[in-house]
Write a protein that binds this ligand. Structure first.
Ligand code: UDX
Length: 579
């Protein structure tokens, strides 16, 4: 059978991606968009956004003559058998859905249908709240066409589940197709279109009512967002528990087939144009129907706070941020896109600026969009190297591949003080934290044993020499003591000194315990503690002094890997060099 000709109203991610994919399989496609500039851009071969493969497919589609974009909505309907509505459905200020573009497209399609002879199918693909296809789209088209739905034209709601960054791949390999149909003829026509498009690889198809199809889309996005918020919630718990790691928790629960491994990546939170908008819209819709959706509310709540965790981790690593140069690696809401809509990077950068940091930003694709958002408030780096150079802390906000490739040595080489907050869990925590100051979302520390951290804490506080001992038995009970600076008894002190003496053979004696550097936790009653000792090392030459702090600090900054946790060796070497 001859391929149906298609038209798309709205040439954003969904519309343009679908259009070029259909054209690539021999369908004639006409695009229309209310923005004339977008039409010109697309007709010249340039997608108005970055999305892998779209530019190539667009070039082919224009070259083959199968795709054209028109300024005439009537012409688009006239020249096609099936029209997809793929316009945006943004949020109003109160979170409710804004249907203006859907209404306007419906009106244009209705007007065009009034004079059209052959049967025409209208497919709503924009995400719309339950009942919209029936109560908004259908009456508008009926009103402007003068024809009832089913009389010469049909209507379906057909949700899309495309992810930005993999929209083309997702279009060719969907998990399922959901068709919400007003009558059998409409549903048959749409299913037949997809059979023509997918051939032998036709995905499982659900045929149902429009309202069910509309609900599937919202339930889908709400569930995905809930999964991520769930694992982020667990990450925040893990972060406060020594030796805990959310990655292992995610793997552990993900292997349960009832849960599944996808969308369990803890990080800085979810962003993007869809999830928040859709969750807020369904929440508003449900409330108007006198139903509460507490899990959706909690999902949003967890996500609103999540980006700030990275800033807290940065402060845990380097102390106050005021006046310090901080590098933000990654601005797009996810890799492989230049999209910054609702990106967590926006919240993070704003908070860093509020804290007085000097912020340098870098993203492989999103710099242009970033300029529109941050204006003159940040430094836009031309490369990763420029961004890191002279910086005191780097935050991984988006997990681009080129950031994954960086080694701890790259950071050490470029930064003034190498400190990394891995907000997307792209680095090997064990290896990184042995070489530089390192913190990661959902990683309970180990890092409190890192001498570099403790040195930093003490330097920040402006105190004296410290000695941090890793894994000493009496210290283990001290991890979660009531808030504030803890009291400790002499047995702890004695045990530390004994061990140091045994291991180094040096005669050392503590002269003063400086106190306990305490990391406030989310729980008001718990503090995670790092014990900081001031010691006098009675070898004759070395006395506690500012000079020694400098020396030790320097030694830790340039720590070779094998010495990472071995402060005793540092002391020994330091003493040798003084002799
Ligand atoms: C989402 C839905 O996945 C898609 O089905 C729907 O059609 C549109 O909304 P999208 O927003 O493009 O797609 O991207 P998605 O891959 O879902 O990622 C959303 C956000 O969640 C990103 O910021 C991403 O970094 C974050 N995310 C995703 C996580 O933090 N952890 C995960 O495990 C997965």
């Amino acid at each position: 059978m001859m391929n149906r000709a298609l038209s798309f109203f709205g040439l954003g991610y969904v519309g343009l991606t679908s259009a070029v994919c259909f054209a690539s399989r021999g369908f004639k496609v006409i695009g229309y968009d209310a923005d004339p500039q977008k039409i010109e851009l697309i007709n010249s071969g340039k997608p108005p956004f970055y999305e892998p493969q779209v530019e190539d497919l667009l070039g082919e589609a224009l070259g083959s003559g199968l795709l054209s974009c028109t300024h005439s909505p009537a012409g688009a309907v006239e020249g096609s058998h099936i029209t997809f509505i793929t316009v945006g459905t943004p949020s109003n200020l109160d979170g409710s859905i804004n249907l203006e573009q859907v209404k306007s497209a419906s009106k244009q399609i209705g007007q065009a249908l009034s004079g059209k002879g052959d049967y025409h199918l209208v497919v709503v693909r924009s995400t719309v709240t339950p009942g919209t296809t029936e109560n908004v789209v259908k009456p508008i088209i009926e009103g402007y066409s003068g024809r009832r739905c089913g009389e010469g034209w049909g209507l379906c709601f057909n949700p899309e589940f495309l992810k930005e960054g993999s929209a083309v791949r997702d279009t060719f390999n969907p998990d399922r197709i959901v068709i919400g149909e007003f009558d059998r003829t409409s549903g048959d026509m749409l299913e037949e279109l997809y059979r023509g498009f997918y051939g032998d690889e036709m995905p499982k198809t659900i045929r149902t009512s429009p309202i069910n199809a509309e609900l599937v889309k919202y339930a889908n996005n709400a569930f995905l967002a809930m999964k991520i918020s769930f694992i982020n919630m667990m990450a925040n718990l893990c972060q406060k528990l020594p030796e805990a790691d959310v990655e292992v928790i995610a793997e552990g629960i993900g292997l349960d087939k009832r849960i599944g491994p996808l969308f369990l990546k803890a990080g800085a939170g979810w962003g993007g144009s869809c999830l928040r908008k859709d969750l807020e819209a369904i929440l508003d819709y449900a409330l108007k129907n006198h139903v509460e959706l507490p899990l959706v509310e909690a999902t949003l709540k967890v996500n609103n706070a999540q980006p700030y965790r990275l800033v807290e981790l940065a402060k845990g690593l380097i102390g106050e941020l005021d006046g310090k140069r901080i590098s933000v690696l990654g601005l797009a809401f996810k890799p492989e896109t230049d999209d910054m809509r609702d990106a967590v990077s926006i919240k993070i950068v704003k908070r860093l600026l509020e804290e007085g940091a000097r912020v340098a930003v870098y993203d492989p694709k999103a710099m242009e969009n970033a300029r529109r958002i941050f204006g003159e408030s940040v430094e836009y780096s031309g490369s990763i190297e420029d961004c890191l150079r002279g910086s005191e802390c780097a935050l991984i906000v988006t997990e681009w591949d080129e950031f994954r490739k960086l080694t701890s040595q790259d950071y050490i080489k470029l930064m003034k003080i190498p400190a990394v907050v891995d907000g997307r869990r792209i680095y090997d925590a064990e290896s990184f934290s042995s070489k530089l100051r390192f913190a990661a979302v959902g990683l309970g520390e180990k890092r409190y044993y890192n001498p570099a951290l403790a040195v930093n804490a003490i330097i920040t506080k402006g105190d004296g020499i410290l000695l941090v001992r890793r894994g000493i038995e009496p210290f283990k009970g001290l991890w979660s003591l009531p808030g504030g600076f803890i009291e400790y008894d002499e047995t702890v002190e004695d045990s530390l000194i004994r061990e140091v003496k045994e291991e180094t053979g040096l005669d050392i004696k503590p002269i003063r315990v400086l106190g306990v550097y305490s990391q406030p936790t989310r729980s008001p009653t718990k503090h995670v503690v790092t014990i900081c000792y001031q010691c006098s090392i009675l070898s004759g030459e070395v006395k506690p002094s500012n000079e020694n702090i400098e020396a030790r600090f320097f030694a830790v900054e340039n720590l070779p890997e094998q010495l990472a946790f071995d402060h005793l060796t540092i002391i020994r070497d330091h003493l040798k060099s003084k002799r």
